[in-house]
Design a protein around this ligand. Structure first.
Ligand code: PRX
Length: 579
C-alpha cells in the first residue's frame, strides 16, 4: 500500500484519551455478558428497557441536570432539554399514549420532521413497551400507506404540516385508531395536565422496541424489527467507535427515519450520556459550519454525500469558521472516497473514520477505531463480539483477498429480530449459519474489510436506500407508461442517482417524437414519483426505450440496463428472454 493511502495514528495528538486503547486485545477478551453487566442497567430478572438506559438512568447521577439536547429549528428557533426534562417529557408522551389505549407490542409510528417531539415520542413509546416505527418526512401517500398498512400501526404521531398526507389514507387503514398532531393547540392543551411520572415497563431483552422499513430489490419495503437488547450494541459502539466521552458535544446529522438517526441520534448516544446537537434544517454548507462552530461540536457523525457537498462548498468557506473544538469525525452510509478523507485532513486537520453497517445490523459492524491506523478508502475492522467474514454464496468462508459476501455469525444484540409479518424474508438473510449482508467485499491479510458493492440492485442515492421496484411501481401508475426499469447510476456527488428506463404506450410514443413533449414528460414523471412515493426517490434521469431486457420468467434484468448505461459488457445473457 502506498504511504499516501495510509494514515498513521502513531504520533496522533488525541485531545481526549480514546476509550479503546488496544483493539486486538479488547476484541480477543470481549464477552457480551460482562460488557452488559458493566454498561447497561437491568431491572430484576434480567429485564431492561432501552429508553430507561438512554435517559432515565442518568437521573441517578450528576447528569440529571446536564443538557441532553441542544435543538435548533430551520427558522433558527432554539430549545434545550436536560436529561431530566427529556425523561419527564417522554413520560408525559408515554402516559398520553397509554390513555389512547396503546399497549405493549402496539406499533406507534412517527411521521415527524426533526423536532424535539421525535425524542419525547420515541422514548415514550419504548417506555410503555410499545414498538416505535419511524418514517421520513419526505414520504408521500404510497410510501406511507405501504408501511402503515403492513405494520398495522395503531397510532401515528405527526405535525399540522404533514397531516394532509395522512388524511386520505385513513379509510384504507382500519387498524389506525388515532393520529396525534403534536403542534395542534388541542393536543398542547391535552398534554399539559398529563403526569410526567411514569413507571417504565421492564422488557425481556428479546422484546421488540423499534422498527424501520427498508428497501430490497423486490417487493414492497420490509419492516426490520429490533429489540430492547439492541441498546447494548448501540451503547458499546457509541463508546468505542464514536468514542463518546462525558464532556463531548456530539452531532449526528442523520434523520430518525434512517437507522443511524435512531441508533446514534437517540439510543446509543444518549445511553453514553452525551450532549447532542439536533438541527432540523436542510443541508447548507455555511449553516453546517455555523452549527459546528456555535455549539462547539467535538464529535461529528455524518455521511459521504454531505462531505462531498461540503467539499463542493470550498476550502475558503471552512476557513471562515472556528472549528477547533472538533476532535473526532465519522461517516456512514456509502463508500467513503479516499478524496473525502484527504480533504477532511486538509481542511479540518482530522480524518473521517468510515463505519459500515445496515438497518438490519442495528449498530456499527465494521469501523475505523480512533487508535487504529486508517487505510484510506477501507472500511476498517469488525466490532467486538461479532464474528465477521467473507463467504461465498453457499455460506462458506473464502480465503483472504478473495471477493465474496460480507457476512456475520448471527446473535449480536442489535441483529434484526424479525422482518415484520414476513418469516420467509427473514429466513432468506441466513445461509449456512451466517447472516448475509447483501454487500460484496474482501478482507486483507491484516484483517481490514474492503467494500466492493451491493450484490443486488438496491440503489444508494445520497445515502438513502431505495428499492428499484418501488420506483418502477410508481412510474407505471403514470398514464401511458407501460413498463419501467430503474437502476442506480454512479454520480460524483450523490454516490448514485436514480435512472429510469421507460416503455411508453404507442400513443405516447407517437407524441414523444416532439422534443418539447419529451422534456415535459420527463419532468412530469419525476414529479409524479416525488408526489406519490417520496421526495428523494424520483428519477433524475429518464430514458425512453422500446423494450426492457427481461429473463424468460419476466424479471427485469437491471444489470443489463446498468451495463449498457455504463458502456460495459452486458455479461451472461443466457437467461434473457430475447435480446
Ligand atoms: O451497501 C451498504 C451501504 O449502505 C447499506 C445499508 O443501508 P441502510 O440500511 O440504509 O443503512 C445505512 C446506515 C447504517 C449497506 O448494505 N453502506 C453503509 N455503510 C457503508 C456502506 N457502503 C460502503 N461503505 C460504508 N461505510
Amino acid at each position: 500500500m502506498n504511504p499516501q493511502d495510509f494514515f498513521s495514528k502513531k504520533d496522533y495528538k488525541f485531545k481526549l484519551p480514546p476509550h479503546l486503547t488496544d483493539y486486538q486485545k479488547t476484541y480477543d477478551d470481549f464477552n457480551w455478558q460482562e460488557a452488559a453487566k458493566e454498561e447497561i442497567s437491568y431491572f430484576d430478572g434480567g429485564k431492561l428497557n432501552a429508553a430507561y438506559n438512554a435517559v432515565d438512568r442518568h437521573l441517578q447521577t450528576d447528569r440529571k441536570n446536564k443538557k441532553a439536547l441542544l435543538w435548533e429549528g430551520d427558522k433558527g428557533e432554539k430549545e434545550t432539554y436536560t436529561f431530566e426534562e427529556l425523561s419527564k417529557w417522554s413520560n408525559k408522551y408515554g402516559n398520553y399514549l397509554k390513555s389512547l389505549g396503546v399497549e405493549k407490542g402496539d406499533r406507534v409510528f412517527l411521521f415527524l420532521p426533526r423536532i424535539p417531539a421525535v425524542y419525547f415520542s420515541f422514548l415514550g413509546i419504548l417506555k410503555i413497551g410499545a414498538i416505535a416505527g419511524t418514517l421520513f418526512s419526505a414520504f408521500q401517500e404510497k410510501a406511507l400507506l405501504d408501511r402503515l398498512e403492513n405494520s398495522g400501526a395503531k397510532v401515528v404521531i405527526t405535525t399540522k404540516e404533514l397531516l394532509p398526507r395522512l388524511v386520505p389514507l385513513r379509510k384504507d387503514l382500519p387498524e389506525l385508531k388515532t393520529v396525534v398532531v403534536v403542534d395542534d393547540p388541542q393536543f398542547l392543551e391535552q398534554i399539559k395536565p398529563v403526569s410526567d411520572q411514569l413507571s417504565v415497563m421492564p422488557m425481556e431483552p428479546t422484546d421488540y422496541a423499534f422498527m424501520l422499513y427498508t428497501s430490497g430489490t423486490t417487493g414492497k419495503p420490509k419492516g426490520i424489527v429490533h429489540t430492547h437488547n439492541a441498546i447494548l450494541s448501540q451503547h458499546l459502539t457509541a463508546k468505542y467507535i464514536l468514542d463518546i466521552h462525558n464532556e463531548d458535544i456530539y452531532w449526528c446529522t442523520a434523520d430518525h427515519g434512517w437507522v443511524t438517526g435512531i441508533a446514534y441520534g437517540i439510543l446509543g448516544s444518549l445511553s453514553c450520556g452525551v450532549t447532542s446537537v439536533v438541527y432540523s434544517g436542510r443541508f447548507d454548507a455555511a449553516k453546517w459550519y455555523e452549527i459546528l462552530q456555535n455549539y462547539k461540536v467535538t464529535i461529528w457523525y455524518t455521511a459521504p454525500t454531505a462531505i462531498r457537498m461540503l467539499m463542493a462548498g470550498g476550502d475558503e468557506l471552512v476557513a471562515k469558521y472556528d472549528l477547533s473544538n472538533l476532535r473526532h469525525l465519522l461517516s456512514v452510509g456509502e463508500p467513503l472516497n479516499p478524496e473525502a478523507i484527504r480533504w477532511g485532513l486538509k481542511v479540518y486537520g482530522l480524518p473521517f473514520h468510515d463505519t459500515w453497517w445496515q438497518t438490519e445490523t442495528g449498530s456499527i459492524i465494521i469501523g475505523n477505531y480512533p487508535t487504529m491506523d486508517i487505510k484510506i478508502g477501507v472500511m476498517g475492522k469488525p466490532f467486538m463480539g461479532i464474528h465477521t467474514g467473507i463467504v461465498d454464496d453457499k455460506g462458506v468462508e473464502v480465503p483472504n483477498k478473495t471477493e465474496g459476501n460480507i457476512a456475520m455469525k448471527p446473535g449480536w444484540p442489535s441483529q434484526m429480530a424479525w422482518v415484520w409479518n414476513n418469516d420467509e424474508k427473514y429466513k432468506s438473510y441466513f445461509e449456512n449459519g451466517w447472516y448475509i449482508s447483501g454487500d460484496r467485499g474482501w478482507k486483507d491479510d491484516e484483517g481490514y474489510f474492503h467494500f466492493v458493492g451491493r450484490a443486488d440492485d438496491v440503489i444508494k442515492t445520497s445515502g438513502e436506500r431505495v428499492g428499484p421496484f418501488e420506483v418502477e411501481s410508481s412510474l407505471i401508475e403514470f398514464p401511458g407508461v407501460v413498463e419501467a426499469g430503474v437502476i442506480g447510476k454512479p454520480d460524483a456527488l450523490r454516490g448514485e442517482i436514480i435512472k429510469a428506463f421507460v416503455v411508453l404506450s404507442p400513443e405516447l410514443r407517437e407524441k414523444a417524437k416532439d422534443e418539447e413533449f419529451v422534456k415535459k414528460l420527463k419532468d412530469d414523471l419525476a414529479m409524479h414519483v416525488k408526489k406519490n412515493l417520496a421526495g428523494h426517490a424520483y428519477p433524475r434521469e429518464v430514458d425512453f426505450i422500446d423494450k426492457l431486457p427481461k429473463t424468460r420468467s419476466g424479471k427485469i434484468m437491471r444489470r443489463i440496463l446498468k451495463a449498457q448505461e455504463m458502456g460495459e459488457p452486458v455479461g451472461d445473457t443466457s437467461t434473457l428472454e430475447e435480446y
